[in-house]
Design a protein around this ligand. Sequence first.
Ligand code: COA
Length: 145
Amino acid sequence: MKIRAATKADLGEVFRLELGGFGEHGYPDFFIRQALDLWPGTLLVAESEAGLVGYALGSMGEAKEQGWILSLAVDERQRGMGIGKALLQRLLAELAQRGCCEQRLTVHPNNPAAGLYRSLGFEFETEEPDYFGPGEPRQVLLRRG
Ligand SMILES: CC(C)(COP(=O)(O)OP(=O)(O)OC[C@H]1O[C@@H](n2cnc3c(N)ncnc32)[C@H](O)[C@@H]1OP(=O)(O)O)[C@@H](O)C(=O)NCCC(=O)NCCS
């Protein structure tokens, strides 16, 4: 399995992974296309013989030390094999290289992925009951380093 920056040719598959991970809460295809122009070094894909099996998107905040993990999704059939962790570790390294010594993400309070984030040093920062609208609570997790 190889992790590399996404290219324009990958975007259809990246959108499929986004839909598979987040359904109607996923980013639209046109946002993913623009993410490639905005953050080409932090739009990463995981590629195996089976094709693209996961992707991660990170970005820089207004302050240059603020990094955000905007998306992380692994093909349903390939989960539990370390791909998500590998993608996230690489993305954190890319953000750190760009001077982002704080990294944030949002996660639903019931999402078991929180365990993955905690294992990589993320800690609870805040919770908003309506982060993405009514009935859509999210915790903001923060990692320094
Ligand atoms: C979250 C997601 C990206 C994890 O990808 P993955 O490749 O299955 O994760 P990994 O195999 O790398 O697991 C890494 C660690 O997290 C744990 N973990 C990951 N997903 C988990 C889950 N759903 N339930 C319990 N533990 C989980 C694993 O046990 C593993 O722990 P370990 O390192 O101690 O062995 C994947 O489940 C996914 O795409 N989910 C849908 C989209 C989503 O919810 N994204 C996160 C939004 S905040």
